[in-house]
Write a protein that binds this ligand. Structure first.
Ligand code: ADP
Ligand code: MG
Length: 699
């Protein structure tokens, strides 16, 4: 049970004054909470900037083009001339050093007249600029009387917004959320806080949503560091708790006799790489021992992890038990299933697919067969977590995480059987520090080499204005039998706009390339998505326009050209993942990075790295370096996946501290039991480390 103390934070956001049903929906979207945003979600939505309104100069001394707050007397109103004129409404204001005009386009006239009565003193805040020899302020951000000025925060927080939600609204809601902040017990060692001069959780929240200075929201500020440390501690506590839980449970030995794996290998048109053989040996040794397996299988895109997973699962099936594989997306689950089905058939293993889109009848059939032990291998999406999915004897769970980091919940799959062995697969770009953070002390197998016969991908960069040439070049390649991915980025706050851009590109490419062009994006219905993917896989379409949904794992060996539009908006790891979709067959592959000129320094560095290397490890390291240099990226790409407050490109140095604190806490308070660990338990609940919370003894 969540401590009652935290209830105000987990109340729906609509409980806040000023958040109604309509704005509530906008907040859900902003905070990415399908089921309804809560107060805590807003508090964790930290400002990414500030507006400093402390500069209060005289008109004569006011800086141009930066925010100033002026004390002025209203001299006169100059309405637009002519009855139907669409010109601006101007208001002349002055102080003893000079005058300026306030400019309002299409504004509500009666509001202006009320807000700026002639002869009165007012404070106006905004940017002052010189236009046509006159000083002017277009649409002041604030028009205040003395009373309102007294309430004006000297430094305002600036938040990420979503269509229809205004800064003011988010600021007000954040204020109201702050007011609900309960006094929480301290979960850190006081000494550790003092050394770094860190505030309490509540004071940190106040310092960020109510900044006294623009510096207080910088990533290295005491407030940000405090919250990052909180989140990292919660994450490490969860990992250590789960790891211990895993350890104390004895595993079971699943020893296969190799009959199915041999048939699968015999059915392959190639032989395994040495890396694959090595990883398999490690995994099989774990499966065969009575120790519970918790292993990470790392391998760059295209290194052949899926096959390793299948052969490992076959060992378990040989031993008479069941195995499950969970994929992050529907498309990927289906693809895994379709690839594996013929091999399973050759080996006599029974495989089934479960996704969120099964019909009720299909689902009933799968559920019954699974419980009866008539299915050996279950492949699926998150659907495999559902309560109705009950295995006859699950011994091994494989989680294909690609480069997502949500391993915590995935371990819960281990609870679906007795002493289930768990293998997490991830595409490399995970540098060492991240492995530790995201996965704790798991065993690691790595696929270092790629299957033989792969040719390097020819990577080129080109400005976007050559898009027309590129498209025509493509039509020649397509006529010669090539298949092309065309990726449009998801970057704006507004997903609809991004999708509209992809749809637009789809139309233009159809005009140039003809009808054999497909489109797939995240908002499409599952069935339509599959149809588009299938058509491309089968070669019925030659070009596939896609948002980044294709990033994760799809495998079409005949596709040899990857075009990435607005490549400057992607991070290195993402570019590498995308490029990994080509160069899978024996044909020569090309990756075209179309960028908006001029390229910034960091974007240029990224393009260079992409051209120089296809080594996922190196790219991962360069990525961390470049991101550490304060690059500004689209909001969806910033920060560290799986974390809401910590950003490892800035806060990685806090990791060992959090790890040590977590280890010590669990040594002092085994199982986090007892009154002494109450604050730590509260922390786990605050950061919703549910999977770990479940392991806390009730009461
Ligand atoms: P990953 O999941 O690691 O990105 P996949 O498992 O999807 O990679 O494998 C990529 C492609 O390489 C697939 O088409 C697969 O059939 C093929 N493949 C896997 N192992 C080998 C191998 N040893 N030799 C040749 N091709 C292989
Ligand atoms: Mg894969």
């Amino acid at each position: 049970m969540r401590p009652a103390l935290l209830n105000p934070l987990f109340a729906p956001l609509s409980a806040l004054p000023g958040v109604g049903p309509k704005t509530g929906k906008l907040f859900d979207r902003l905070l990415d909470r399908g089921q309804g945003a809560r107060v805590v979600d807003l508090l964790f939505h930290l400002p990414h900037g500030t507006i400093d309104r402390r500069d209060r100069p005289k008109i004569r001394d006011a800086a141009r083009d930066s925010i100033v707050t002026l004390e002025v007397t209203v001299v006169e109103h100059r309405p637009p001339s002519g009855r139907f004129s669409r010109g601006p409404w101007k208001v002349l204001v002055e102080d003893e050093t000079g005058d300026a005009q306030l400019i309002f386009f299409l504004a509500n006239h009666s509001w202006i007249e009320r807000a700026l009565p002639v002869g009165e003193k007012r404070w106006v805040s905004g940017k002052l600029e010189l236009y046509d020899g006159h000083l002017q302020m277009v649409h002041p951000d604030r028009v205040l009387d003395a009373a309102a000025l007294a309430r004006l925060p000297p430094v305002e927080p600036v938040y990420g917004l979503t269509d229809g939600l205004y800064l003011r609204g988010v600021q007000k809601a954040a204020e109201a959320a702050l007011a609900r902040l309960p006094a929480l017990p301290e979960w850190h060692d006081l000494a550790a806080l003092q050394v770094r001069n860190l505030p309490s959780f509540a004071d940190a929240m106040k310092a960020l949503h109510h900044p006294a200075d623009p510096k207080s929201i910088e990533p290295g500020s005491p407030a940000r560091v405090r919250l990052a440390l909180d989140e990292l501690l919660a994450s490490q506590l969860a990992l250590v708790l789960m790891r211990e839980h895993f350890r104390v449970q004895k595993g079971r030995a699943s020893v296969g006799d190799g009959r199915m794996s041999a048939k699968i290998e015999a059915a392959l048109p190639f032989s395994l790489t040495a890396s694959q053989v090595g990883a398999l040996a490690e995994i099989r040794a774990d499966l065969a021992s009575d120790k519970r397996m918790l292993r990470l299988l790392q391998g760059d895109v295209g290194s052949g992890k899926t096959l390793v997973a299948l052969l490992s699962m076959a060992s378990v099936v040989e031993a008479g038990r069941q195995a499950a594989l969970m994929a992050p997306t529907e498309i990927l689950a289906r693809q895994h299933f379709e690839r594996m089905a013929p091999l399973c058939e050759a080996a006599g293993a029974r495989i089934a697919l479960v996704t969120g889109r099964d019909t009720a009848a299909q689902r009933r059939k799968t559920v019954a067969a699974l419980a009866a032990g008539e299915i050996d291998i279950l492949v699926g999406t998150h659907a495999v977590f559902q309560d109705e999915i009950v295995f006859h004897d699950l011994a091994f769970a494989v989680v294909d995480e690609q480069h997502r980091f949500g391993v915590h919940q995935r371990l819960a799959l281990g609870e679906k059987g007795s002493a289930v062995d768990v293998l997490v697969m991830t595409a490399t770009p995970i540098p060492r520090t991240l492995v530790l953070t995201c996965f704790g002390d798991m065993d690691v197998s790595t696929l270092r080499e790629k299957p033989a016969g792969r040719q390097p991908v020819d990577t080129r960069a080109m400005p976007l204005d050559r898009l027309g040439d590129v498209a025509h070049g493509l039509s020649r390649a397509i006529a010669a039998g090539a298949q092309v991915y065309w990726v449009c980025p998801l970057v704006s706050e507004n997903e609809e706009l991004d999708i509209a851009a992809a749809e637009d590109r789809f139309e233009t490419l159809k005009q140039i390339l003809g009808d054999r062009v497909g489109l797939v994006h995240g908002k499409m219905k599952g069935r339509d998505k599959d149809a588009a993917m299938d058509a491309f896989t089968r070669g019925e379409t030659s070009a596939l326009v896609a948002t980044t949904v294709i990033e994760v794992g799809v495998d079409v060996p005949n596709a040899t050209i990857m075009v990435i539009e607005h490549a400057e908006r992607f991070g290195l790891a993402q570019l590498h993942q995308l490029r990994g979709r080509v160069g899978r067959g024996s044909g020569k592959s090309t990756c075209l990075l179309l960028y908006k000129a001029p390229l910034g320094e960091v974007a240029q560095a990224r393009v260079n790295v992409m051209r120089e290397t296809e080594d996922g490890f190196r790219i991962a390291e360069e990525d961390l370096k470049l991101r550490g240099e304060g690059e500004i990226m689209g909001t969806r790409q910033s920060g560290t996946p799986g974390f809401r407050l910590a950003d490892l490109s800035v806060h990685a140095n806090l990791l060992p501290i959090a790890r040590e604190a977590a280890t010590k806490a669990l040594r002092d308070h085994p199982g986090l039991e007892g009154a002494g660990a109450e604050a730590l338990r509260t922390l786990l609940y605050l950061f919703e480390r549910e999977e770990a919370v479940r392991l806390l003894r009730a009461g």
